[in-house]
Design a binder for this molecule. Structure first.
Ligand SMILES: [Zn+2]
Length: 245
């Protein structure tokens, strides 16, 4: 995806992540301002805030912090509702969620309806990040900032996480398949819309059937194999169930 790297003030993020931490969840925010105001805020050395990305209403992506670095977007915990929070050493304490999350801001205000370009870009960005860090695409791992800090409305009063998850496109093709047809080993379910075991079953293909395929995608891992063939019409076949795993 096309992104513009804007960067942020050096004191508004931390280089790297503390040892053993890597992104495990994506926190969705609403910026309460324009893209330009968010650019300025993150570059203000007195602001002490940042996020990895902001998605504009027009669907442009600004990046401020590398995903390997720690952005300051969800470090204040108040009346948390997210069960993914990691407990700290002291009783009742938590490890700073910034250490193991990626933050995405959005241009606009809590009561704004998101333009379709903004929702589509945000969903695609979430899907891309999730694929890169192997983050599950569900409401335990793509969360509202509100679930960490109660007084924040993020991502606002209009959009839901379900709206975002529903718009995530199928994973991008990785390599040409090198084959144009495969043979099913067992009865194999053809899934519609996504290379995923939770995608709807279009039909079951009997064992020993030759199926024409066009592209390989990375999708859900089944028995250690995350390769899925596309039939070219939006349906997906898990490669592990074929003679070309
Ligand atoms: Zn927020």
């Amino acid at each position: 995806m096309q992104k513009t790297f804007v960067g942020c003030a050096a004191v508004n993020f931390r280089r790297g992540r503390p040892s053993s931490f890597q992104p495990e969840a994506i926190v969705i925010h609403i910026g309460e301002g324009s893209l330009r105001s968010i650019d300025m805020q993150f570059n203000d050395p007195n602001a002490s805030v940042s996020a990895h990305y902001c998605v504009s209403k027009a669907g442009d992506i600004h990046q401020y912090v590398d995903e390997k670095d720690t952005a300051f977007h969800a470090g204040t915990i108040d009346q948390p509702a997210w069960k993914g929070l990691k407990p700290g050493i002291a009783p009742g304490s938590f490890i700073n969620p910034n250490f193991y999350t990626i933050g995405i801001e959005h241009e606009g205000f809590a009561d704004d309806k998101w333009p379709d370009d903004q929702l589509a870009t945000s969903a695609a960005l979430v899907g891309e990040i999730a694929q890169r860090w192997k983050i599950p695409l569900d409401e335990d791992h793509v969360i509202r900032h509100h679930q960490i800090r109660f007084l924040k409305s993020c991502p606002g009063n209009v959009i839901t996480i379900a709206d975002i998850l529903a718009r995530i496109p199928p994973a991008a093709p990785v390599v040409p398949p090198g084959v144009t047809s495969v043979k099913t080993i067992n009865n194999l379910r053809l899934r519609g819309g996504a290379p995923s075991v939770t995608a709807p079953v279009v039909r079951t293909i009997p064992a020993q059937t030759i199926v024409e395929v066009s592209t390989v995608f990375l999708g859900d891992t089944v028995n250690g194999n995350n390769k899925w063939y596309s039939d070219g019409t939006g349906n997906f076949l898990w490669a592990g169930g074929t003679d070309q795993p």
